[in-house]
Write a protein that binds this ligand. Structure first.
Ligand SMILES: Nc1nc2c(ncn2[C@@H]2O[C@H](COP(=O)(O)OP(=O)(O)OP(=O)(O)O)[C@@H](O)[C@H]2O)c(=O)[nH]1
Ligand SMILES: [Mg+2]
Length: 301
């Protein structure tokens, strides 16, 4: 290798793709080394394109997280999610097709794979959650996933236990074009502060609604005012679709809302590096996922 090629720098966009709940956002956070995307055990956690950057000597990788691809968009919000996910594919130099090793390929994996076919992109198959995939025939399962598309390579990983992450990064770098960095060194995400804060509150809310499908939750920051270098005042509203959800989120004597507020505040303090006073409200807006105006108001347009 001559000196010039050994010094090449690579940079490009890598889109996370796959059905809901396979661990795309968790993997993005692991690759970036910081929590930029929210994660929950419920499907359809991610709603916006989230960008996170991984930097190393050999290059800069810009990861784009997408909402998991849904079976059939039923609501206006679902249509928005699919559209937002597909936009991220357009810009991708490499696509990570993420699947869950703990279950067999299912219809949603096939559907997600099918959307990649006409694109003519380099796709890496990423088989995630191998830390809990306690099956004797992992090889066989990997072969089943390989049938879903035409992959430039594949790797079995664990986003939470950090297994084979370096191997994945190397495979991505191999496929990226030689380019100078797209973003200044040290950039981690382009996410606006307000959005990061509302996502932290939405994550904590999803974590408390155990028994109900949480898709009807949206969070809006009504006010964000630094009161001094040391204190930021934030007022936020959690919107829900059903009276029962409101009851669950508020909880007995407001206990649940207090807990959501407490953990959210701790996380927001870390993000802003100031003390935070957080005022949280819960409001009912029936059927907002079908309502264009509400979607716009909640930032999904
Ligand atoms: N054991 C284990 N759990 C994981 C791993 N990666 C993700 N998870 C868990 O899987 C669940 C879903 O993770 P997310 O990162 O929110 O999944 P996602 O693909 O982004 O989901 P959507 O945003 O809904 O499309 C969470 O409970 C994660 O903690 C892993 O490598 N091992
Ligand atoms: Mg996600």
């Amino acid at each position: 290798m001559d000196e010039e090629t050994s010094n090449t720098f690579k940079s490009g966009f890598v889109t996370m793709w796959g059905r809901p709940n396979v661990g795309k956002s968790t993997l993005l956070n692991t690759l970036v080394g910081e929590k930029v995307a929210i994660v929950s055990p419920r499907p359809q956690t991610t709603r916006n394109r989230v960008m996170g950057i991984c930097e190393m000597e050999e290059g800069q990788i810009v990861f784009l997280d997408t909402p998991g691809i849904l079976k059939k968009p039923k609501q206006k919000l679902d249509e928005y999610l699919v559209k937002s996910a597909r936009t991220c594919l357009r810009d991708a130099d490499v696509v990570l097709f993420v699947v869950d090793a703990t279950s067999q390929p299912h219809g949603d994996d096939r559907r997600a794979a099918k959307l990649l076919r006409p694109l003519n992109k380099n796709i890496l198959l990423v088989i995630n959650k191998i830390d809990i995939a306690d099956i004797p025939n992992l090889e066989e399962r990997i072969d089943q996933f390989k049938q879903l598309g035409d992959f430039a390579g594949g790797v079995a990983v664990s986003a939470t236990a950090r297994i084979n992450i370096k191997m994945l990064v190397d495979k991505i770098l191999d496929l990226l074009p030689e380019n100078p960095a797209y973003y200044p060194a040290g950039t981690v995400t382009d996410q606006q502060e307000k959005l990061s804060i509302s996502e932290i509150i939405r994550e904590q809310t999803l974590l408390v609604i155990r028994q109900e499908v949480p898709h009807g939750v949206a969070v809006v920051i009504d006010e964000l005012t630094p009161r001094s270098n040391k204190l930021t005042y934030i007022s936020a509203t959690i919107f829900v679709e059903k009276p029962t959800h409101k009851q669950i989120i508020v909880g007995k004597k407001g206990e649940m809302l207090k807990e959501i507020g407490k953990v959210s505040r701790e996380n927001i303090q870390k993000l802003l590096d100031t003390k935070v006073y957080l005022d949280l409200w819960v409001k009912l807006v029936k059927n907002w996922r079908k309502d264009e105006n509400a979607l716009r108001r909640f930032g999904y347009k």
